[in-house]
Design a protein around this ligand. Structure first.
Ligand SMILES: [Zn+2]
Length: 334
């Protein structure tokens, strides 16, 4: 395994086989949750196809001009099609434009590649337009789509692609990657791996962005501050959160995701199971809170957070969701 892709050996081997003459398909679909490494894998595939100094067959050096340009998304035969600024999804015009360029021969390599990340966000019109390229693929062109799940794409599209499903790694395996690749110590590596939920890309992102980490601790500290508070103080807090800058929906969704890791730990601590706890540095708070709640109470708090996140996804007013959750947590000592 030399692609420096962690936890997806099956996918890497599959793509290496595609590099053999005659095996190449015109379209691939890489699915899996955000942060799992879909785009990284797609780029690695393009590097393997174009590396000027491959250390082994179907491998890449990550240092030659081709590898560096692909990494920087500046390789002339690679297009990464993303929504235009302020748009959430790929539009039909972008697909049409891409199709025109795909019809031309590659500039300096054997293949012209288009990667379209998060194709589940494409409009139906854009999907239908892309279908044409999949039905009558131009010669020497490869289209790589990524998506959260195959089910979120038109079946007529998915069925024309070679499909690679990426799954989260075990937390232990992600922690080992962080230790070996980023020289993190064991405690930090475990904590970050847990937070990232086994998604190695997200874990590396956390490890490389201490700011995110600080925000995480700050978010947890806010929860600890309001747990002993009255309903009135909690409502005031919710109001404050809803006025913070940025998208209210995203702010509250992030808040709840972080708090969820805390309540999962409380559940673990309550059960007395010898499972790893995410919030290692908060171990004492976790234990104190766990000692004041019954199992059904903890389960109900956990469910409320999970349901809240779903509701926010479904566009329910996020401030109401937050208030509802806060009002249903008993007053606790921390
Ligand atoms: Zn190279």
């Amino acid at each position: 395994m030399t692609w420096k892709i962690f936890g997806h050996d099956g996918a890497v081997n599959y793509l290496k086989r595609q590099c053999e003459p005659g095996n190449m398909r015109h379209a691939y679909l890489i699915t899996g949750p955000e942060g799992i490494g879909r785009l990284t894998l797609a780029k690695a595939f393009v590097k393997a196809l174009n590396c000027q100094n491959p250390p082994a067959k179907h491998d890449f050096c990550n240092a030659c001009q081709a590898c560096r340009q692909i990494e920087a998304e500046a390789w002339p035969d690679l297009t990464i099609l993303r929504p235009t600024e302020n748009a959430r999804d790929i539009k039909i015009d972008q697909v049409r434009q891409m199709q025109q360029s795909l019809a031309l021969a590659p500039y300096q390599s054997q293949w012209r590649v288009v990667i379209i990340p998060d194709f589940q966000n494409a409009t139906v019109a854009a999907s239908n337009a892309l279908l044409k390229s999949l039905e009558e693929p131009p010669a020497r062109a490869i289209i790589i789509l990524t998506a959260d799940a195959r089910e979120n794409l038109l079946e007529t599209i998915a069925s024309r692609c070679g499909i690679l499903r990426l799954r989260p790694m075990s937390v232990g395996a992600v922690a080992r990657v962080l230790q070996s690749e980023l020289n993190l110590d064991e405690d930090d590596a475990k904590m970050i791996a847990h937070l990232a939920g086994g998604r190695v890309g997200t874990a590396i992102h956390f490890a490389q962005n201490p700011d995110l980490f600080e925000q995480y601790h700050d978010t947890l500290a806010q929860l600890h501050e309001i747990l002993p508070e009255t309903k009135r103080a909690r409502l005031q807090y919710a109001e404050g959160v809803s006025k913070r800058k940025g998208s209210q929906r995203e702010n509250i969704s992030t808040l709840l995701s972080v708090w969820l890791t805390f309540w999962r730990d409380v559940m673990i601590a309550h059960s007395g199971a010898d499972l790893p706890i995410v919030n290692l540095v908060q171990r004492d708070v976790v234990k104190t809170v766990a000692g004041q709640l019954s199992l059904p109470q903890i389960e109900s708090i956990l469910k409320a957070h999970e349901k809240g996140l779903e509701q926010i996804d479904a566009n329910v007013n996020s401030r109401l969701v937050l208030e509802n959750i806060l009002l249903n947590i008993p007053r606790l000592k921390v």
